[in-house]
Design a protein around this ligand. Structure first.
Ligand SMILES: *Cc1c(COP(=O)(O)O)cnc(C)c1O
Length: 367
């Protein structure tokens, strides 16, 4: 008999049964009272995990759509911005800004490293002034979590009025996040990561400073113009048809998250992250994240031994054990295997994934 499928990607993540069930309900009017009530509940739930008093808006896009919304709502062509790059997703943020005409400076760190707050602060002080700094909270491509509060402090100290835009797609909902207290101006996330929901919705919140910038920003925007979303949210609506099935799912997922509690969720992810890393080391494998203190609690990137093709290992894990692991992206393809452990993940899942990885590595060694 075929083994049950186990999805261990850093997004999309596994969806609990009751959340899946919620997603199959009949459609309702997105302009009616029932939708408005659900929409407001979802906004409230998201807000708790964003750590903000601001409203959180829902976009019918994947996470990247929300990154684009972050850029086009507060920037103008010709604005000088700094992209802090520690992996693929940090680079993407800079590319989006460049595509809309920003002048992008880049500060890059090696794969496996977190951004050094001091170096970033110096770059802002000496290379600036910048209109914005673009950063990844948790770099999913390398399994590294940036020290976001320290980065925000260093950036603010270097330039008080700079906008801080953060891709929190694989962090918010799993890692402690305080948008307001840390001084983040734009924060985004996506349904298919820690929120245990299907892909198709992304979330974004703006600080007062960012809303002021949105009034004068001149990058082209229509579908993603957040001023329209703000107007419609007053009625418990989105301006355009929302992904109603995803909102059903999110409503149930967020109720589960509220029941478990913010602190308990953060503690569970911290424990699962540490457990995964410990088990990986016991297999004699090394972790891409260089500083153990900055290793991600939502995704672990594992280096393959010299001469072992990560893609062959992954294919074997799927074929033999029916477990889906993620590979490396771009330069890291073939070199690493990534295990997602955000959302509805339990120790037993990690044990099964790592047992499958161990068996595949042994088989590859013989092949
Ligand atoms: C998954 C992810 C993205 C991309 O999200 P899509 O939903 O695929 O557009 C961007 N940034 C980070 C940090 C991610 O983990």
């Amino acid at each position: 008999m075929e083994k049950p499928f186990l999805l261990m990607l850093p997004g999309p993540t596994m969806i609990p049964e009751e959340v899946l069930e919620a997603g199959r309900r009949q459609m309702i009017s997105h302009r009616g009272k029932a939708f408005a009530e659900m929409f407001r509940r979802v906004q409230e739930g998201l807000r708790t995990f964003f750590g903000t008093q601001q409203e959180v808006f829902l976009l019918s896009t994947s996470g990247t759509g929300a990154m684009e919304a972050a850029v086009v709502n507060v920037l103008s062509p010709g604005d000088r911005v700094l992209a802090v790059e520690i992996g693929v997703f940090g680079k993407r943020f800079g590319k989006i800004a460049a595509a809309f005409g920003a002048e992008v400076d880049r500060i890059s760190f090696d794969y496996g490293e977190a951004a050094d707050p001091e170096r970033v602060g110096v770059q802002v002080r000496e290379g600036g002034p910048y209109r914005a700094v673009l950063m990844t909270f948790n770099e999913t491509s390398t399994g590294v979590t940036n020290d976001l509060p320290a980065l925000c402090r260093a950036i603010r100290a270097a330039q008080e009025d700079v906008l801080i835009l953060v891709d929190g797609i694989s962090a918010v909902g799993a890692l402690p996040t305080e948008m307001d207290a840390w001084g983040i101006d734009v924060l985004v996330s996506g349904a298919q990561k820690a929120w245990m929901s299907p892909p198709g919705a992304a979330f974004i919140a703006l600080s007062e400073r960012a809303w002021a910038a949105a009034e004068t920003a001149r990058m082209p925007r229509f579908y993603l113009d957040l001023r329209t979303y703000r107007t419609y949210a007053q009625r418990g609506q989105t301006p355009y048809t929302p992904p109603i099935s995803v909102v059903y799912a999110l409503d149930v997922a967020l109720a589960r998250m509220q029941a478990e509690g913010r602190e308990a969720i953060f503690a569970r992810h911290a424990e699962l992250g540490a457990y995964t890393r410990q088990q990986v080391r016991e297999l004699g494998l090394s972790i891409l994240a260089k500083d153990p203190a900055r290793a991600s609690n939502t995704v672990t990137a594992i280096r393959m031994p010299e001469g072992v093709d990560a893609e062959a290992v992954r294919a074997r894990v799927l074929a033999e054990e029916n477990v889906a692991l993620a590979g490396g992206q771009q330069d890291l393809k073939g070199k690493i295997v990534r295990i997602g452990h955000m959302g509805a993940v339990e120790k037993a899942h990690i044990d099964r994934a790592l047992a499958a990885l161990k068996a595949a590595l042994e088989a590859e060694a013989k092949a």
